[in-house]
Ligand binder design. Sequence first.
Ligand code: FNR
Length: 356
Amino acid sequence: MSRLHRKNDHLYEVLRKMPGRADFSEISFVHNCLPDCDLQSISLETSYMGRTYRSPLFINAMTGGTDLALRVNISLSLAAKNLAIPMALGSQMVALESKSLKAVRSFRIARMLNPGGSLWANVGSYADTLLALRAIKMIDADALQIHLNAAQELAMPEGEDKFSGMITRIRDVAISSTVPVIVKEVGSGIAKKEARLIAECGVKGIDVGGSGGTNFIDIEGGRSGQALHPEFKEWGISTANSLLEVIEAVGESDIDIFASGGMHNPFDIAKALAIGARAVGMAGMPLYILMNYGRQALCNWIRNIEDQLKLIMMMTGSTDLVQFRDTPLVITGYTAEWMCRRGLDPDRYARRGNDE
Ligand code: FNR
């Protein structure tokens, strides 16, 4: 199965059913009955990796390489421009390896249509420094994502089964990169020990890419007809648990932490931002809305999430995302149990904001 066929398969597979939702249900806000602010004064502005954005949302890496991917990237980049939010391109390995001008154009189009926007290049962790620098140059990128996808590769009959040396390559790329480097998972999450190892490589961002949203183990199994044991579909650290782990591990450093993996409900997004994520990435759901209802519907949907975020912030009495990161959160059930067993303290969140 060629890389190009796989790119189209992924787009079609995601359209077959509504992408899954992250589970933040065991994390609750504490209502503030005396919010000392006005809705008009609430700001969603967020700063990370040296830039300030009007919104904490971004479109995460998806596609490139084929004619269909070109059309998707045209629509996504116009939506990202309209919304003034960052957008990551899909893995550029397909264009870097084939050197096909058509494949290169399917990525470069995003920069042509959105010259002043924040566009992020994307390569796999098997890319060396030369490939990574070429990916950055291809779209004149503002940042580079390196994706980790061991579970996805193992679920593909033609997938990679050699993963040694990843951390060395990430370090080499981070040292030589001309733009900030973000390391991301694609749906299995990142735990605290690995977050520390990644942080030590000199990257500027970590995107947890937890389980609960787009499920590549399911998608690759369905695509290839390979009989994977059903329990593999449940593999991975949930987005909520992974975010809590990564915040614990590197939250005090100057590394920006992003939440992704099934993040498309305003309440889940708000909880991730209150836990400490600087921004939230979405992939499967924006694609689903774009392909089924069009670009205007996608822009309306994202603006609606932003409006709902402001209402939630209002009800915690937070006028900006810095204050919001100090709002109390009560973490219960399996999420709290996971935290305790992993040496994290759920009460730290419940007692925030001088709420002793
Ligand atoms: C992806 N994702 C992805 N990630 C990456 O780093 N490089 C890639 O090429 C792709 N390709 C891709 C294709 C399609 C169709 C989808 C839906 C997703 C993964 C994506 O960036 C994200 O990490 C996961 O999809 C989890 O987020 P969602 O989809 O649950 O919001």
